[in-house]
Each structure stands twice: as C-alpha cells, then as structure tokens.
Design a protein around this ligand. Structure first.
Ligand code: SIN
Ligand code: FE
Length: 287
C-alpha cells in the first residue's frame, strides 16, 4: 500500500518537476517531506486555535480577498490574510511546477487555514473525516470536475498530521458502485429547487456521494480495507486529487489547504479520472 504515496525530494515551491502527473492522476499522494511553508516570527503567533471563529469550521481566504471565519481583528487579521494569501501563491506555483499543462484550465477555490485539533472534533459519521473517504460534497455538485488539493503542516510543537491512505479508486468503485442506490432524476430536481444543492446533482455527483457515504458508514471496511498510515511531519507538504485518493485524517493541528478545480477532460489522461472510471464501470455518461 505504500505505493499509494510517492515521495518527492524538492525544497522549492516553483522548481519544475518531471514525471509526476501520471502518479497524481493515478490517485496517489505526492509527499514532499522537505517542502516547508516558512513563517515569520509574527506569523508564528497566529498558530493558536482561538484565531478561528467558533462558528466556522475553518478560516478561509476567499477569492475576493475577504477573510472568513477568523476571530481576530485589525492588524492581526491583516497578517493572517497575508499569510494565507502567500500560501495560495506557493501552492499554485507547486501545481504549475508539477503540471504546467493544467494552467489554462485550473479554477482556484478559497484557501483554508485549519487551526483546530482533529482529535477533539465531534462530528456525525458522514462529516467525520477520520473515516476513509473520497471527497464529495452534498450541496456542491461538480459534474466530474476534479478536486486537486495542496496541504502543508504548520504545527509548531512537532506534531504530525496523520492520515490513513486507502486503496485505489477503481477498487473502491468496484466495491461500492454495486451497493449504490439508483440515481433518481426528479429527486435531483427537487433538491435543486429547494436549494439543498447549489446546482443540479448529476448521476456522477450522486455516485460519488454514494461512494463517500458507503465507505464512511462501513466500519468493517474502515478497519480491514487495504490502507497505510502516513504521518506528515511539520514542514512537509502533500498533494493529491482528494476526489480520487482515499484518505482519512486521524490527528494533527495547524494546516494550510488550497483547492484547485480542473475539468476532467483537461487532465493528461481523462480516462483515469473518477468520471472516466465510473463511466467505464457503469456504461453510462453520468453527466
Ligand atoms: C479531509 O479532506 O478529509 C481532511 C484532511 C485534513 O484535514 O487533513
Ligand atoms: Fe476529505
């Protein structure tokens, strides 16, 4: 299972890297043990849980530059926004260094800073990211568009962010697609009309949610399926397609995360995408 993680020896966010696109598109996690997001002494003062507004899950820097979910004001808030903004720039450089051909098709999402300790979060099984899953969001259908994520561990106390990484997407799909509830087009329209979903939930979105929920609700699968535990140390960075790489976060505190979206057809091998794999397995277009 350790082959699901590819170690990359790079210390530079913008140094071009060859040969990693097929690994990324195979749903592997690219792990950069020495790629550090450097903080100034003033920024290090922002590594505390109470910078987050208790009503928000994360702090996020929106695309319009507005900071959401922070409990700090004034100069401290500006410093926090600048720190998250610098991570956004470096994360984008890293993706350009790995996959320059993606650039014209990438769509940036907000950048998040997660100062909360993972172990102490109380959540429903469906929201519990300590269970292995592939990312799929109930209110945000994406019609097969990819979820590419860059993570970096900022922990100042030497604590790793520990993940479990699970089996390949094709294996997940072969296991859970046969158990999936059928897609019902009129129900998707009702969810849209009621604003439960921001756009129409396609059959692709339905199947991805079925995989997400099927994995998280199956405790036997959680414990016995092929998986590897991976502690990402402070000062390290990792990248994966989180809609494809099965993952669970077991512990850690203080992380940055950048999401980028990419149409499946803009990847090097569209057939390797979850949309491509699910189309092949079901024999249906899905979107
Ligand atoms: C997730 O996407 O499941 C959470 C990852 C993390 O917080 O480390
Ligand atoms: Fe996730």
């Amino acid at each position: 299972m350790s082959e699901r993680i590819v170690i990359v020896d790079s210390r530079d966010w913008s140094q071009p890297l060859q040969g990693l696109v097929p690994e990324l598109e195979a749903g592997k996690v690219l792990f950069f043990p020495e790629l550090r997001f450097a903080l100034s002494p003033e920024e290090r003062l922002l590594l505390r849980a109470d910078v987050r507004d208790e009503k928000s899950r994360n702090i996020s820097l929106r695309l319009d530059g507005v900071l959401a979910g922070a409990a700090v004001q004034g100069e401290e808030q500006a410093r926090l926004a600048a720190m998250i903004g610098r991570f956004r720039t470096q994360a984008c450089s890293l993706i350009d260094a790995i996959a320059p051909a993606y650039k014209p098709a990438l769509r940036l999402a907000p950048t998040s800073y997660r100062p909360t300790q993972v172990e102490s979060r109380v959540q429903s099984w469906r929201a519990d990211d300590r269970r292995l899953h592939v990312d799929a969001f109930p209110s945000r259908p994406n019609r097969g568009e990819r979820i590419l994520r860059v993570f970096t561990n900022l922990n100042p106390h030497g604590e790793a962010r520990t993940w479990r990484v699970g089996e390949a997407f094709e294996d997940i799909a072969r296991r859970f697609v046969p158990r999936a509830k059928p897609y019902v087009a009129w129900q998707a329209k009702v969810l849209r009309a009621l604003h439960v979903t921001k756009s129409l939930r396609t059959e692709y979105d339905h199947l991805m949610l079925q995989l997400h929920d099927g994995m998280k609700s199956d405790l036997d699968y959680q414990q016995t399926s092929p998986q590897v535990t991976m502690p990402f140390p402070p000062g390290s960075t990792w990248v994966c397609y989180s809609d494809q790489a099965s993952h669970a976060v077991m512990s850690g505190q203080f992380m940055m995360e950048q999401t980028l979206h990419l149409p499946a057809e803009a990847q090097s091998d569209p057939a390797a995408s979850p949309l491509g794999i699910l189309r092949r397995i079901t024999g249906r277009p899905l979107v």
